[in-house]
Design a protein around this ligand. Structure first.
Ligand code: NAG
Length: 276
């Protein structure tokens, strides 16, 4: 108990803590300290995609993904092609392709903060007459059903276009082709999602309103996504809550542990050393 208490004190002084054991979390809960679940723990399940919306958006999602990826590819390759004009080097050429490939692999990834797939979080699906269109709200939203629908459509078109996607971007950048032409190569010809028009959209289609995130929510979501990708999880506690729990603990076990509740952080840190 003493070790746990001291560890708790050290973390409490540092602010937030992660990676506490389940037992320690339970102990805090008993003391009335509540924390925020982080990373993989207690994650809300993903909202399901709206399958009936998919046929209406695949073409536009494809064209949008190509637009983003082509801008990135041109940016990366312009330098390389100029470089190559001076020194013929197969290796730099290959490297450029790998970079394009990497961008394409991430262009549909919603849960990576500020990554290539961030556009999906900003996009709302709205009906425009008998069509369903993508609307860029300019702000990140909660990733609910429409967001997951766009994500799925995006995955599907990237899978369908396969290696043609990166090749089209590479050739497009090399030959200085218009975006429209590259979109046609990828979406009309390879993924084949723009060849036929979808049927008219039903006026009864259910719309899921876009919910923008507040700065705090965005910050928290980004932090959780980063923790998750780094393999960390656990519960995060506010310093004040931890200190409250500390008071409870020292009142309860003060005599047993011999800890002076008034002791400063240096004293506690020394205690940890002795214990270990
Ligand atoms: C490619 O798809 C776009 C979008 O649907 C369409 O406007 C265009 O006519 C198509 N181009 C060809 C050559 O099929």
């Amino acid at each position: 108990m003493r070790v746990a208490l001291l560890a708790l004190a050290a973390f409490g002084l540092a602010g937030a803590q992660m990676g506490m054991s389940g037992e320690e979390e339970e102990m805090l809960e008993e003391l009335g300290v509540t924390g925020t679940p982080m990373g993989r723990k207690n994650q809300e399940p993903k909202a399901p995609a709206v399958k009936s919306d998919l046929p209406y958006i695949r073409c536009e999602v494809c064209r949008r993904a190509v637009e983003l990826a082509y801008a990135h590819a041109k940016d990366k390759l312009d330098k390389r092609f100029k470089h190559k004009a001076k020194r013929r080097n197969e290796f730099t050429q290959f490297e450029g392709e790998a970079e394009i490939q990497e961008f394409i692999e991430k262009v549909c990834v919603v849960d990576k903060p500020d990554g290539p797939g961030e556009w999906i979080r900003r996009t709302d699906l709205i009906s425009d007459g008998d069509k369903l269109v993508l609307y860029d709200t300019g702000a990140a939203g909660h990733c609910e059903r429409e967001c997951r629908t766009i994500e799925q459509a995006c995955d599907e078109v990237v899978d369908a276009a396969d290696t043609d996607f990166s090749e089209a971007l590479y050739e497009g950048a090399k030959q200085g082709l218009d975006l429209e032409k590259v979109q046609r190569m990828v979406c009309n010809r390879s993924a084949k999602v723009c060849k036929t028009k979808p049927p008219p959209l039903s006026p009864d289609r259910i719309d899921y309103p876009f919910r923008a995130m507040t700065d705090d929510e965005k910050h928290m979501a980004d932090m959780m996504a980063n923790l998750k990708s780094s393999g960390m999880g656990g519960t995060m506690y506010r310093r004040e809550d931890l200190m409250k729990g500390m008071d409870g603990l020292t009142a309860k076990f003060g005599e047993m542990t011999g800890i002076d509740p008034e002791a400063d952080s240096d004293g506690l840190a020394e205690g940890v050393g002795e214990e270990a």
